[in-house]
Design a protein around this ligand. Structure first.
Ligand SMILES: Nc1ncnc2c1ncn2[C@@H]1O[C@H](COP(=O)(O)OP(=O)(O)OP(=O)(O)O)[C@@H](O)[C@H]1O
Ligand SMILES: [Mg+2]
Length: 458
């Protein structure tokens, strides 16, 4: 017997028919649930997840068309197939208009039925895949080539390649912009799940109140805005990989649910009672020291242990300055796909290697992108880089911090200047600046107001 395991709902009021359907489909390896009328069918659809629903049109109380209407609202991925007597063909056509995948006229041959089912399953998978693609496209920008020859970085790549084909949970730690997402993607592409979905969730970008329903889905009516049932990302990622970015931002109220999911593969939709299952590999990333969060009581220790079975620590860019010229050239090439390729003058390269890059590779990418656009001619000069004036004028190392520190300047002056420097470097992109500075957007706005920082006008 083949084991397909896809879940099929049968709803037919004729006992003989539903029993023979049950036997046939079970023999074929499907996981089959049988109901005798529309009310039972809707109850099952509410409680469980189905791939296919075989619905008799004529049933007492609530008929197949009613069930179909319910499914249209609530089960976007489940494929309905109508079972009809010859006299109902008009109704069957109406059913297709209401979103049924197909209809089969009784009596039908097993072969025909199985063919329709397998085509409907293909469609369902395509729809799910599409959902995944949407998140994929939002996430991927351009290409994912990885540049880095520094030994600290090569060590990371070697480790990533080694653990990629395992099923272990991986936690990628590193400061903002060091390439955490890039490495997560690398692990996924080199894993045994490379052909399966990769679904990403940025835990910092979604309010606490929504994160649970984003992860685990919700039932219709679970809360005011839940107008229809929603599949959670864990469900969409089934068989594949789930990337939890900024995982340190998951609130304490969700953490036990995530822990249970990682341990048992079990979850419930928000507003749902049924325990559902999904099989995903977890890759997570954080720019926080989660051990500190554990000490501060903000992150559960047991969850941390589950997430970081393997830890990958990404070096900051200033720890691998030898990679800067190659990275810079790569970003020019990435930015200017069709136009003439610009090059960097030796002063410009010198300047780039002298700077400390608090925003790491992402900051370098931004600086190069802007310089490539704004510079005239084929060569990007040092002045085009718009690095903080201190780096430009000193010509010395920038990692001695601020030269005024020796003059016992108040902390707030140093802080003010640092905020301004980061904001200017990132073109006043406040969400990026907040990330680089390691503060919340709210804090950043408070500081801008407190120090009366203003965007410089060129
Ligand atoms: N080694 C590398 N080679 C090429 N590009 C890189 C490399 N590292 C990072 N990048 C690029 O730098 C940018 C930032 O990388 P990524 O988003 O992976 O960093 P991150 O650590 O997830 O950042 P954040 O903490 O801000 O989320 C991306 O555009 C990425 O493609
Ligand atoms: Mg990231």
């Amino acid at each position: 017997m083949k084991v397909k395991g896809e879940h099929i709902l049968i709803s037919d009021d004729e006992i003989g028919l539903r029993e023979s359907l049950h036997d046939l489909l079970t023999m074929e390896g499907y996981n089959v649930t049988v109901t005798a009328n529309g009310i039972e069918a809707i109850n099952k659809l509410q409680a469980e997840q189905f791939d296919i629903a075989l619905l008799d049109i004529k049933m007492p109380k609530i008929d197949g068309i009613e069930v179909l209407r319910y499914m249209q609202q609530n089960c976007p991925f489940t494929q309905p197939i109508m079972l009809t007597g010859i006299v109902d063909v008009k109704l069957a056509v109406e059913a297709i208009r209401l979103g049924a995948y197909d209809y089969i006229t009784k009596p039908y041959s097993s072969d025909d039925l199985l063919k329709v089912i397998s085509r409907a399953l293909e469609r369902k998978n395509l729809l799910m895949q599409n959902e995944v693609m949407k998140t994929e496209l939002q996430r991927l920008s351009g290409t994912s080539e990885i540049i880095g020859d520094a030994s600290s970085f090569k060590k990371v790549l070697r480790l990533a390649a080694k653990i990629a084909p395992t099923e272990s949970s991986v936690m990628i730690c590193g400061h903002s912009g060091t390439g955490k997402e890039l490495i997560a993607n690398f692990i996924y592409k080199n894993s045994l799940r490379a052909e399966q979905p990769f679904v990403a969730l940025n835990c910092a970008s979604i309010p606490d109140s929504l994160i649970e329903s984003e992860l685990f889905g919700h039932e219709k009516g679970a809360f005011t805005d839940a107008v229809r049932q929603k599949q959670g990302l864990v469900e969409i990622a089934n068989g594949g990989t789930l990337f939890l970015d900024e995982v340190g931002d998951i609130s304490l109220s969700i953490q036990p649910k995530l822990l249970r999911f990682i341990q048992e593969g079990e979850y419930r939709r928000v507003g749902g009672n049924t325990v559902l299952h999904s099989d995903v590999r977890i890759i997570s990333a954080t720019n926080k020291r989660l051990e500190n969060e554990v000490t501060a009581g903000k992150f559960r220790e047991d969850l941390l242990y589950r997430l970081n079975v393997i830890t990958i620590d990404l070096p900051s860019l200033k720890e691998r300055k030898e990679d800067i010229p190659k990275l810079a050239q790569w970003f020019i090439q990435k930015k200017m796909k069709t136009r003439v390729k610009k090059t960097l003058s030796s002063e410009a390269i010198d300047m780039l290697t002298r700077y400390d890059w608090p925003g790491n590779v992402r900051e370098l990418e931004n600086v190069i992108e802007r310089a490539a656009i704004l510079s005239h001619g084929d060569v990007i000069e040092a002045k085009d880089l718009a690095l903080p004036s201190r780096v430009l004028s000193m010509g010395g190392s920038s990692d001695d911090g601020d030269s005024r520190v020796g003059k016992l300047v108040p902390m707030k002056d140093v802080e003010r200047e640092h905020y301004l420097k980061v904001l200017n470097t990132l073109n006043w992109n406040k969400s990026q600046a907040a990330k680089v500075l390691g503060v919340s957007l709210k804090t950043l706005y408070t500081k801008i107001q407190q120090y009366q920082l203003k965007e410089r006008t060129a």
